[in-house]
Design a protein around this ligand. Structure first.
Ligand code: F6P
Length: 497
């Protein structure tokens, strides 16, 4: 009937103040926990955490720090990169964001153009916080434009009012094709709608680590909000990439979001490994990987507001740790499993059949929020059902059920975490995201992976160029050095139709 809390396990509930993690259904006994913590120490995890926050070059392939924690270092305690304290620059951007929030009156629509790490974080936060009861959303419509597919562009341009629209182009590199092409299309729309050059310049803003490229694009210097090469794209929502959060919900809400993340950083830095939530979550996954050879795991927030959370997490985890060699280029045995998920209870009516009775063991992170997300008369009753579903699923997965009919037998022994947030607001959202960020980097450290580069995304981008040219020319192509026979035949299918 395991995994139930192992008898000898001391306790299974770990807290970072009022955020609780219950690992009881991981079925890990105290001896195994001890060996997991030993493994963490042997992998020099504690040193890694110190180096990460101290601004050491933990991004070894690019020889850079990964200092997203400085972006939420609200106390402005100095953080040094190449001997220079970065906090004055960070604080200057906070100051400018606050100023912009106060200035943006009469804006009906904001088009936020960005993709990947320049999209998921702010999109998730805007979506999640919209569900917070009584939050003031300042009457603006926030549109997220990521896909190069014009369906999204078309939908947004039909809804936005060009005379009262502001455009934020968000790209760390300012070279991402989807983003620059979408930005050009939106500028054209403004022109076609009768906005003159001065009005267009006033409507355009950029958030980037490549200020020169943004200026080259035509963004006025005062409208450019910088961030730095020591912030990874998927860790960047805490920078001016999170501008929509401040614009939509106010600067104080943005600060609360940063404060929640800072709180979680402090916990990650100071709690002993045995009480450290990100570390415990990382080690539970490592245990299941060895025990069940798991190839995937699911994250199921029982909160509709967090429906974007699994998508954000997919990039964070899989772009960070989806690798097959370690920092030294040596093959590794374990790295990031496939991450998937969506909000419960909807998810129960989709893939939970497989989670209960499929061939593979898939560990789950259940996330539950104590307080309901609305003031409706039905809120309490509905919330009880939401929570009871969450608890029941975890119990069913852990204990299973034996019957004479194999069809109705549940194997059980399916591990899960339960993470409980007291409520969902900007503070706890920030804490949740930082918890997972720290868990991702802790996993990378234990696996000896560089969690801060993404070389695997380059090849496809390079290969797309000659293919795009061939599609543009519209003539029959032959295989060559850059286009193989299968792809040439496929291009020809498109070109001939
Ligand atoms: O997918 C690759 C990637 O570089 C991500 O790491 C990044 O979040 C995304 O593209 C967008 O990059 P940028 O912010 O430079 O436009």
């Amino acid at each position: 009937m395991s995994p139930k809390p192992a008898k000898e396990s001391l306790h299974s509930v770990f807290c970072a103040q009022d955020i609780a993690l219950d690992t009881a259904y991981q079925g890990i006994d105290s001896k195994s926990w001890k060996s997991l913590f030993r493994q963490a120490r042997e992998s020099h995890l504690e040193q890694f955490i110190e180096d990460l926050f101290a601004g050491k070059a933990v991004n070894t392939s690019e020889n850079r720090p990964a200092l997203h924690s400085a972006l939420r270092n609200l106390d402005k305690k100095p953080v040094f990169v190449n001997g220079q304290d970065v906090m004055p620059e960070v604080a200057d951007v906070w100051h400018r964001i606050e100023g912009l929030c106060n200035k943006w009156v009469g804006v009906t629509d904001v088009i936020h153009i960005g993709i990947g790490g320049s999209d998921f974080g702010p999109r998730l936060a805007i979506e999640a916080l919209a569900h917070v009861p009584d939050i003031d959303s300042r009457g603006m419509r926030m549109h997220f434009l990521a896909n190069i597919d014009t369906a999204e562009l078309n939908r947004i341009l039909h809804r936005a009012h060009p005379n009262s629209t502001r455009v934020i182009i968000v790209s760390k590199s300012f070279t991402t094709l989807e983003t620059t092409m979408n930005a050009k299309a939106v500028v054209k729309w403004l022109k076609d709608s009768g906005r003159n050059d001065v009005q267009i310049t006033q409507a355009l803003f950029a958030v980037t680590a490549n200020v020169a490229a943004a200026q080259e694009f035509g963004i006025a210097k005062d409208n450019i909000y910088p961030f730095w090469d020591w912030v990874g794209g998927r860790y960047s929502v805490w920078s001016a990439v999170g501008l929509p959060i401040a614009l939509q919900y106010g600067f104080d809400t943005f600060k609360e979001f940063l404060a929640g993340a800072q709180f979680m950083d402090q916990h990650f830095m100071s709690a002993p490994l045995e009480e450290n939530l990100p570390v415990i979550m990382a080690l539970a996954l490592i245990y299941q990987q060895k025990k069940h050879r798991i190839k995937s795991y699911a994250v199921i927030p029982y909160a509709d507001a967090l429906d974007w959370f699994p998508k954000w997490l997919q990039q964070l985890d899989m772009e960070s740790n989806g690798k097959s060699v370690d920092k030294d280029g040596m093959p590794i045995k374990y790295s990031c499993p496939v991450v998937f998920g969506s909000s419960g209870s909807n998810a129960q009516h989709s893939y939970f059949q497989l989670l209960h009775q499929g061939l593979d063991v898939i560990p789950i992170d259940f996330i539950a929020i104590r307080e309901p997300m609305s003031h409706l008369a039905e809120a309490k009753a509905h919330h009880r059902i939401l929570l009871s579903n969450c608890l029941a699923q975890a119990q069913a997965l852990a204990n299973g059920k034996k019957t004479d009919n194999p069809n109705n037998t549940y194997p059980g022994k399916r591990p899960s975490n339960l993470l409980i947030l007291p409520k969902l607001n900007a503070f706890y959202l920030g804490a949740l995201l930082a918890l997972y960020e720290n868990r991702t980097t802790a996993l990378g450290a234990i696996w000896n992976i560089n969690s801060f580069d993404q070389p695997g995304v380059e090849l496809g981008k390079v290969l797309a160029k000659p293919i795009e040219l061939a599609l543009k020319n519209g003539v029959t192509v032959q295989a060559d050095d850059s286009i193989d026979a299968t792809t040439a035949a496929r291009i020809n299918l498109f070109n001939q139709s």
